[in-house]
Design a protein. Sequence first.
Length: 216
Amino acid sequence: MKLEHGTPREIEGESMRIIGQELEAMGIVLPAGCEAVVKRAIHTTADFDYARSLRFTPGAVEAGVDALRAGTALVTDTNMALSGVNRGACERLGVERFCYMADPQVAERARAENTTRAAAAVDRWAAEHPAGIFAVGNAPTALLRLAEWMEAGKMHPALVIGAPVGFVNVVESKEQIWSVCQDMGVPAIVAMGRKGGSTVAAAVCNALLYQAAGLR
């Protein structure tokens, strides 16, 4: 079988065209300025529910792009999400990437406090990157701890990306971080409901990175 779109760039371009065509057929009009993020999430998952479930605070995309252009650190809750974030775009912008889930000090803190590594990792975020970009694709406890630090006035992120997946505390953690971000004027992009994952968190990061670096 002959492939009509053989290179990665051609395949991606055709995929985005199909996504746009199917969204139009569904009668879905994406919010102005948010198209690239939503389409990237759909491209990663083949799930058109993200056209409705991804929620943006006003100016969230612009704030994320500006923060990346300023070289703001990007922190993820899993190494899987970290590996999915485009390294070349980060290097081009001078953006450092971090994940502390495998850090021995984080593991020890989690044991000592009888909490999750994800929650303990957020304590490290608060100490080292209080104004960073935080992308959560797996652990609702990370979002809940992040909300606690924000409410305590210890952190004011440049952007929060909330996309954990699952059944326990997932919906509630997203609703909580969304509410706190709105109250505190923190830019946020949140995949409401049960769906999400590290790949979605990375996809949102990449959509912003490509725009910031002028790669798409």
